[in-house]
Design a protein around this ligand. Sequence first.
Ligand code: ZN
Length: 172
Amino acid sequence: MCGDNVRRQAALTARHAANTSEKQQNRQGTPMGINPKTLPRPTPETQHFWDGTKAGELRLQQCSGCQHIYFPPRPFCPACSSRTVNVIKASGRGRLFSYVINHRIPKWETAPYAIAVVELEEGPRLMTNIVGVPQTPEALVLDMPVEVVFDPVSPDITLAKFRPLDSAGASR
Ligand SMILES: [Zn+2]
């Protein structure tokens, strides 16, 4: 499957990158720095999502016509183009679908970190960070169960990140 090839390539890239910088292999996942210039800016289409993260909810949209659940936010169903869509609360659980470890660290960061794709239980995938684990291929295992955590990075913006479901003795 094409998607699997993409995942494999991303994981290989991550492994290669990690092998080329041994001293960074055992770093723990640390709270990430913030550059205010790169913070998301809510729009009318995405406001419900950012209101949700602030309230501790991961919000998706679902089509009333064909029941398709989708992300990122948009005012019509990407499957059937219906404009009758509702906002729903996601479970917050999913699995690590793919990632790369970014070694080109911006100046407001302190260590390499994974840019991950999580596939939610409801189906949609989103780009995010994985926290609470070393940012290494050994710790970041494809398909491992993860759950959302909310990181308030500014008064207006709370980011949705994910941690391994087992790391905090969380519910299974
Ligand atoms: Zn639809």
